[in-house]
Every structure is written in structure tokens, then in C-alpha cells.
Write a protein of this length. Structure first.
Length: 368
């Protein structure tokens, strides 16, 4: 999928970006607006706001949202009737397996596509029909850029800012995305990560109230990723409402106030991180030199995984780990490669994804 930003009061895509969103996602967008100063605390470790959503607080609300590609009989239902409310000032992460329908959903919320069923309101308006009023308040960072290669970073940003009703000073924006030192470099000579940061610069250049970030850190090296995440956290702390998609689950854990996980066109889990992982089992994994021996009595289920490890799936991690360690100590048994893992977003995600591949999130030993 490809794409970048945004346009202002409405109509077009940025020069070089594709116009109508489609299979190749999906260029266009808007990037503008006025910042909402209603700052709230945010980011990793902050208290999470679990207040019930109210209509007043909802910047985005969608009900029974559907998006079908192709004809009713033979088409593909990519978004199968989802309800969504995103509150003013929160960072909402939309996660999901490949092909789950995240981009198809985002495009409707962004006003780039019409839903084929249900309804959506952004700032109380129809984001597709009323885009002239909605777009100036939002910024979009789509999945890849469409900048003319022979412009410098500053020229590209200046050109973009010329389309905005309330552009911020170029230097401040370049500084914010850490591109000041590359301002005079042609786009063709920028690294992929730098182009991505220029995408982000365009998305925030108008000081949007509502920011859509579609995989903003994909392709960035770890340092750039961290800096981009810090910038996202700052935008959030300033009161910007942010809708984020990412394949990096640690990013969602660190940044998001609330998370929704999509699978096959539906939202299958949602809530604050603690709510999403609540009730999900933990895992103990280890090997025994002698193979499967008689284990102590454990509350969890015991199985052998594909790598000949003993796996205990349990909702009483501390108890079962204690019993196992006592048992091993009293018998002089070595628990080889012992791994005790509390439930995490990753384990929830993988249990939803089942056997489907989700390579970016996979880590050794994580399964559910
Ligand atoms: N223009 C299109 N025509 C037909 N089917 C499409 C089109 N765009 C997307 N799809 C299908 O709709 C489903 C959802 O796609 P979408 O791109 O929204 O998923 P996603 O969650 O963003 O996936 P990824 O994480 O891989 O980017 C997929 O099965 C995809 O093949």
C-alpha cells in the first residue's frame, strides 16, 4: 500500500500523490487545522482515561460501518459493520492482522471513501460529503509519499503549506520532525525514513485537531522510530486527537489510550490496554532434559509446542510458577530455557490472528 497526506479545504491530493484511494492505498489526504489546546496527560505510564465515551467527547463516531469492494453479490466485505467512538484528545490505535480492514476503515473516517453501509461522523459532519469543513481540521499521514523527487524537503513542505489555511512556520515544522539539517536536500536524496518524516511534517503542518497516522514508523530505523514516537506523544499531550495504525504492538502499548483490534472486517477486542489483555492467559515455557516428566499439579493447561517445549497456559501465573520452581528445586530438576510471560498485547493479538502470519509482531516464543 502506498500513500501520504492531505489537502486542505478539500479537494485534491498533494502533487504526486494518487487521487482516489484504492487497492494500492492510498494517497490523498488533508493536513491542516487548528490545534486544540486541551492538553491531557499521555504516553507510556500515564493514567489511562477509561471514562465512558459520551457524544460530546466523540470526535469520530461510526455506527454499523461497512465497506464493500465490488458488487453486493460478488464483492468483498472488507469492513463488516463496526461501531467506533474516538474521543477528543485521545490516541486511538487501530490494530489488526494483514487484510483485517484497517485501511479500508481509515479511508472512510478520513473522508477519502464513502461507506457502503452504516454511518460515520467526524466533528459531527459527514467526512466525505462535508469534507470542505472537516478536512481543514485534520491531518493525514498515509502510507507513503508522493513528493516530486527534484524538490528539496523545504520546497516540498513550502508547496504543501501553500495549500493550507493556517500553515505553521516551515522551520518549526522541519525542526519538529527532525529534518532541519536535511531541508535543502532533494527528495531523491533523502532516505526512506527521512521521506517518511517529511510525510509527517506535511500531516502536522496545519496544526490539525485530528491526526490520522497510518503506520507512521514503518521503515524507520530504531532511533528515528523512537523520535517519531516521542513526537506523536507530544502531539497527543497537546490535545491532538490521533488515530494510529501500526504493526508495532509495543508502539501501540506505549502510546495508545485505547486500542481496537480488527480481524476479518470486525473489531474483536477494544478498550484500554489493561482491558484488552484482561482475562487473557499467561504462558510458562520450559524444556526438561528428560522430556515430559510427571509435573506438579498446576492450575493451567499443559501442552507440548512445536519446538518440544512444555507450555503451561494459565490465568494464575504466579501460583503455577511458584509450584513449578518448588517442584524443580525439590527434585533437582533443571527447567531449561524457562520463560514466564504475562499476557500482553502481542499474545492477545496472536491468539486473534491464530495461524495467520503477522510477521512484524512475532517474537520468538510468543504464542497463544
Ligand atoms: N480496492 C480494493 N478492491 C478489492 N478488495 C480490496 C481493495 N482494497 C482492499 N481490499 C481487500 O479488503 C480487505 C481489507 O484490506 P485493508 O487494506 O483495509 O486491510 P488492512 O487491515 O489495512 O491490511 P494491512 O495491514 O495488510 O495493510 C483485504 O482483504 C483486501 O484484500
Amino acid at each position: 500500500m502506498t500513500t501520504t497526506q492531505s489537502t486542505p479545504e478539500g479537494t485534491g491530493s498533494r502533487p504526486g500523490a494518487a487521487g482516489e484511494p484504492g487497492r494500492s492505498r492510498r494517497a490523498t489526504g488533508a493536513g491542516i487545522g487548528r490545534a486544540d489546546a486541551a492538553a491531557r496527560t499521555s504516553s507510556a505510564g500515564r493514567p489511562r482515561d477509561t471514562r465512558p465515551v459520551t457524544d460530546e467527547a466523540a470526535v469520530i463516531s461510526a455506527s454499523g460501518l461497512e465497506r464493500r469492494y465490488g458488487s453486493h453479490r460478488h464483492g468483498h466485505l472488507a469492513v463488516a459493520g463496526i461501531d467506533l467512538e474516538i474521543r477528543r484528545g485521545e490516541l486511538f490505535a487501530l490494530l489488526g492482522t494483514n487484510g483485517a480492514g484497517k485501511t479500508s476503515t481509515l479511508e472512510v473516517l478520513e473522508g477519502l471513501a464513502r461507506p457502503t453501509g452504516g454511518s460515520v461522523r467526524v466533528f459531527g459532519a459527514d467526512p466525505y460529503r462535508d469534507r470542505g469543513t472537516v478536512r481543514p481540521r485534520q491531518g493525514l499521514m498515509l502510507q507513503s509519499g508522493g513528493f516530486p523527487a527534484d524538490l528539496t524537503a523545504r520546497e516540498a513542505l513550502r508547496m504543501w503549506c501553500a495549500t493550507l489555511s493556517t500553515p505553521r512556520p516551515l522551520d518549526a515544522v522541519l525542526e519538529e520532525v527532525d529534518l532541519s539539517h536535511r531541508a535543502s536536500t532533494r527528495i531523491s536524496a533523502l532516505s526512506g525514513g527521512e521521506v517518511r518524516r517529511l510525510d509527517l511534517a506535511c500531516a502536522v503542518a496545519g496544526g490539525p485537531e485530528l491526526l490520522f497516522l497510518d503506520e507512521p514508523t514503518t521503515g524507520l530505523d530504531p532511533e528515528s522510530r523512537t523520535r517519531t514516537q516521542e513526537l506523536i506523544a507530544r502531539l497527543r499531550a497537546r490535545g491532538t486527537t490521533i488515530v494510529l495504525t501500526t504493526h508495532y504492538l509495543d508502539e501501540a502499548e506505549a502510546l495508545a489510550d485505547r486500542i481496537a483490534i480488527m480481524h476479518r472486517g470486525r473489531i474483536v477486542r477494544r478498550g484500554a490496554l489493561a482491558e484488552v489483555i484482561a482475562g487473557h492467559p499467561a504462558h510458562l515455557r520450559f524444556r526438561l532434559a528428560t522430556g515430559l516428566a510427571e509435573l506438579p499439579s498446576l492450575t493451567g493447561d499443559v501442552a507440548i509446542d512445536g519446538r518440544d517445549r512444555i507450555v503451561v497456559t494459565t490465568t494464575a501465573l504466579q501460583d503455577d510458577l511458584g509450584r513449578l520452581l518448588d517442584w524443580a528445586r525439590s527434585r533437582g530438576v533443571a527447567l531449561l530455557d524457562l520463560d514466564a510471560r504475562a499476557p500482553s498485547l502481542e499474545s492477545v493479538f496472536l491468539s486473534i490472528a491464530g495461524s495467520e502470519t503477522y510477521a512484524p509482531a512475532l517474537t520468538e516464543g510468543a504464542s497463544a
